[in-house]
Ligand binder design. Sequence first.
Ligand SMILES: [Zn+2]
Length: 238
Amino acid sequence: MRQSRLPSEIELAGRAVPLSCRRSRRARRLTLRVDPKHEVISLTAPQGLATREVLAFLDSHRDWLEERVQALPPRTPFAVGSLLPILDNPHRIALADGARRGVWLTPGRLWVSGRPEHHSRRIEDFLRVEARRSLSATAREKAAGLPRKANRLRGVSVRDTRSRWGSCTATGQLNFSWRLLLAPEAAFDYVVAHEVAHLAYPDHSPAFWALCEDLSDDMESGRDWLRQRGSQLFRYGG
Ligand SMILES: [Zn+2]
C-alpha cells in the first residue's frame, strides 16, 4: 500500500522521534534538521511539493538522520540507579523493597517502591509535587519583600512548558516548569525572582530588572546557566 501522509514520528536508532513538518510558501527546497533541544526532526517543505516527494526525501536521508539521533546526549531515565540533582543535591534513585510504599527522599536517595514499569510516572508525579512545594515556598518568601503597590501572589502551579521557565498572569498567578527542581539553585532562584518581580512590573523595564536583581541570590549565574544549559533539564525522565 502506498503511504500518502507524512508520519508523525520516525523510528530511528531504536526510538520513535517526533517529526514536525512545516509547509512554507517561501521555501524553495526541502530542509531537514534534528533539533537537539526538543529532540524532534524539523522538516520544511515548499508549499506545493507532493507528499510522496517529501517522503522520498525523508527516506533518502535516513542514514543521515540516524547518525544525528545517535549523537544526541544520553537521557537520564527516572529509573533505579539514575542520579538526579534535586535542588542542587545529587540523589540516586533506589528501590525500596521494605514495607513502606510510594516515593520519598532521604539524604542522597530517592526511594521508589513497586513495579519498575510504574517507576518513571510515579517519580515524575512526585517531583512535580516537590517542585510545586519548593517553588511556592520560595515565591512566597520573595513576594513578602515586594513594594505595596504590587499585585498579590495568588497561587503557584507547575507545568512542563518547553518555551519558558515561568510566567505570571495579570491576576497574580505564577506558573513554573517543574523541571526547575533539577536545576542549580541560582537558576531556580532567578526564575522565581523574575516571576515575582512581574507582580510589581508586568514589563521588562529597567525598574523590573532592578527589582529582579534585588530579589535574586545570583541573577547573573542563574540566567547564564539557563541560557547555556537549560535544555539539559529536558534530558531527564521519559
Ligand atoms: Zn519576564
